[in-house]
Design a protein around this ligand. Sequence first.
Ligand code: ZN
Length: 75
Amino acid sequence: MTNTLRCTYCGTVGLQPGFIADNAPSGRGDARWIAGAIERGALGGAKRMGRPNHQMDVFRCPNCGHLELFAGPVG
Ligand SMILES: [Zn+2]
């Protein structure tokens, strides 16, 4: 599956879609983009309660390996 996205590093067109996995046992399996600067709780975990939580769409350049990240819809 290809598309017309262009690599901002080398200019190659046709980036590979994918996502960044989150291997935390409590997670849903994919990393999320959270609005606002990071804040940590007493146990060191990043606070994310009450913040919009966006799916991340990540595209890889087949030529140079550069990753283009997009914060998609909330959910
Ligand atoms: Zn590239």
